[in-house]
Design a protein around this ligand. Structure first.
Ligand code: SF4
Length: 680
């Protein structure tokens, strides 16, 4: 029996696996995050290994015939390293790019960053976590001086008087977490859900607010306006623990409720009621998720809600504050250790000379040899095959063809490459385009750490043997590094890599130096920062000071700009995208699990809109945007706004429609809203 964690979302529920060949999932009641509870995806996770589609040998494409053929590992790695070396010699180091994933373990994310910076010398590395919570990360860094999804354990939700969920469908995306909302309500606390759709999470709420997609920022401005007008700002806290209040106070002067109603569609009385609910409560918690963050105004939207939390005196108060609910399994750790274009391990910035010197010292290279900041995820993909862009791409743990915004365009960019290499366990839609496919181990077949949405570093432990012919990502990285004649050591032992990661992160914001595999096992995870072996870890942050040098949080004035694309005569409705309970992200894993229903995409549409265009429940409708079209059955439901349609993004289609407009601070694409036309 092996204690480990679910292969999917950022809750990283603890589970036990039994059976050496085919694992069986059992509950692990002692693990505190989920206390044995799992969602349907977790219970059926062992089904990942039941399919016949598992890749067990490297594949190389013959470009003349288009066929993928099996080759040995040596042939595949020699071919990839040879082509990469030739491209670098011919076109420079930045002609090679690396794309990682928010589901990779910390060890893999760390080694991938090192492969890019040391072995390949390229600045062109980013990862799909950029599309997950980068807007909250950017806002958290600016407001608090540090970004950790939740700066407190998730169970603290139960201590709040009011929890405000902005753009989170917790009950469907991470059901075991929803029990905290139930416990909070049983105590007499209240839950507010802000979402364009009445989701199962909204059904559990005391207050449901249904704004137009892309208007959460204006709603926050309106709430803050009313807190100021009502004299319910915590002036003592503001004076003692923050800076910038005067400018923010001034900036919300014009956001009276009727103006908020015009922008958001939320009746002025509901805005007033929301502000009244929050005013004077000892413990208010504001939690944002992708619904608020995946916008071209995502960073500012998060800042606007942080301003509300600060004005109420909440961040740094036990049982209260602001937090972001991460999505991907290692969305948090993935960006702390070097996959992100602008960061080195330990959440160090790559343009900081001291950070470069420290990390280069651990890697045994000259700091000047490390490249600078590269392109963000979408910008990197958009540049592929262009005259000034990369000609080769290595993909680890990401199914770009399904998950990238403006996916048809991104697919064309992938097809224009001289070399596309994909490491995956199955022939995902992206692997199916590759010149070289490398079959790698996943989840229960390997050991490694993840950092969950609370900043708790947990350990996934190997429970079963991988099939013959499959290698770990760490083996692939080490194999390429040695063939490229890289300096530095590229261990294939996860624990050795984690120990090196700890040294590389020492002294950084995300300091893992005091965390060991044994501690994680003994303590049910360790919260970073944990700078030395005797340090207890940091479950709650900001209790005494924020992470800015002066210890104060920053109020930052932001204004409503609205989505990059608004409805017009040709595209008269809003399109928004999201998840369903039985599937996870691009579906590369969950669509292959037989016990999970694979319904295919659908278009959620309000009865009024359905009546207007003649759509019938279950019959096909076509959604068109300026970037593409898709056809799927209509789900006619009264739970969505009449001016909005929803499409889940787990299948090819939804992201052919989405907008690639980027947030200026986080470079987050606007997945959550664009203008669309719907026809029956
Ligand atoms: S998908 Fe998320 S909520 Fe469901 S069992 Fe896995 S970690 Fe838990």
């Amino acid at each position: 029996m092996t204690d480990t964690h679910c292969p999917y979302c950022s809750l990283q529920c603890g589970m036990r696996l039994t059976g050496r060949r085919t694992p069986q999932v059992e509950e692990w009641p002692e693990f505190p995050v989920n206390s044995g509870a799992l969602c349907r995806k977790g219970w059926s996770a062992a089904g990942l290994y039941g399919g016949r589609e598992r890749l067990t040998t490297p594949l190389v494409r013959d470009r003349a015939t288009g066929e993928l053929s099996p080759v040995s590992w040596e042939e595949a790695l020699d071919l990839v390293a040879g082509r990469l070396a030739a491209l670098r010699a011919e076109r420079g180091a930045d002609s090679v790019a690396v794309f990682g994933g928010g589901g990779l373990t910390n060890e893999k994310a760390y080694q991938l960053g090192k492969l890019a910076r040391v072995a390949l010398g390229t600045s062109q590395i980013d990862y799909n976590g950029r599309w997950c919570m980068s807007s909250a990360a950017s806002a958290g860094m600016r407001a608090f001086g540090l970004d950790r999804g939740l700066p407190f354990p998730l169970a603290d939700v139960e201590q709040a008087d009011v929890v405000v969920l902005v753009g989170s469908n917790l009950a469907e995306t991470m059901p075991p977490a929803a029990r905290h909302l139930d416990a909070l309500r049983a105590r007499g606390g209240q839950v507010v859900v802000i979402d364009p759709r009445r989701t199962p999470t909204a059904d559990r709420a005391d207050v449901f607010v249904q704004p137009v997609p892309g208007s959460d920022l204006a709603l926050a401005l309106g709430v803050l306006h009313l807190l100021v007008a009502g004299g319910t700002v915590d002036e003592e806290y503001v004076a003692a623990r923050t800076t910038g209040w005067a400018e923010v106070r001034e900036s919300v002067t014009g956001w009276w409720p009727e103006r908020v109603e015009r922008v958001t569609g939320v009746p002025a009385d509901e805005v007033r009621a929301l502000a009244e609910l929050l005013a004077g409560k000892p413990r208010v918690m504001v939690l944002t998720a992708r619904g608020a963050e995946q916008h071209s105004t995502g960073s500012d939207t998060v800042l606007a809600w942080i301003n509300v939390a600060l004005a109420l005196g909440m961040p740094g108060t036990p049982g209260a504050g602001y937090g972001c609910l991460t999505g991907q399994g290692n969305g948090q750790g993935g960006r702390e250790h070097g996959q992100k274009a602008d960061q080195l391990p330990g959440y160090r910035m790559i343009d900081d000379p001291a950070a470069r010197a420290h990390v280069a010292g651990v890697w045994g290279v000259d700091p000047d040899s490390l490249p600078g900041k590269g392109r963000s995820a979408y910008e990197l993909l958009d540049a592929l095959g262009q005259p000034d862009g990369p000609s080769a791409l290595l993909v680890f743990g990401s199914n770009i063809v399904v998950s990238a915004p403006r996916a048809t365009h991104v697919t064309q960019r992938l097809e224009s490459l001289d070399l596309l290499v994909v490491a995956d366990m199955v022939l995902s839609e992206t692997a199916a385009l590759a010149d070289v496919v490398l079959p790698v181990t996943q989840w229960a077949e390997e050991t490694g750490t993840m950092t969950n949405l609370e900043g708790r570093v947990i350990l996934r432990q190997r429970a079963i043997s991988p099939p013959a012919g499959v290698r770990s990502d760490l083996d692939v990285i080490a194999g390429l590094a040695s063939r490229l004649g890289s300096p530095g050591v590229f261990s294939t032992d996860p624990e050795a890599v984690f120990e090196e990661l700890g040294r590389a992160s020492a002294g950084g914001k995300a300091d893992y130096a005091g965390i060991t595999y044994d501690r994680i096992r003994d303590e049910h995870g360790v919260f970073w920062p944990c700078p030395e072996p005797g340090h207890p870890g940091t479950p709650r942050m900001f209790l005494d000071a924020f992470a800015h040098p002066d210890g104060r949080a920053r109020f930052l004035a932001v204004d409503h700009r609205g989505p990059a694309e608004v409805p017009d005569a040709d595209y008269p409705v809003h399109l928004t995208t999201g998840r369903v309970l039985a599937q996870y992200q691009s579906g590369a894993q969950t669509r292959r699990v037989r016990d999970l229903p694979d319904t295919g995409p659908f278009v959620e549409i309000h009865p009024m809109l359905a009546g207007r265009i003649g759509a019938v429940d279950g019959e096909p409708v076509t959604v068109a945007t300026r970037r593409g079209t898709m056809t799927a059955p209509a789900h006619v439901v009264a739970t969505i706004r009449p001016d909005t349609v929803f499409v889940p993004f787990h299948w090819v289609g939804a992201n052919r429609l989405t907008n690639d407009a980027l947030d200026p601070a986080s470079r987050m694409p606007e997945f959550k809203v664009c203008a669309a036309a719907v026809s029956a």
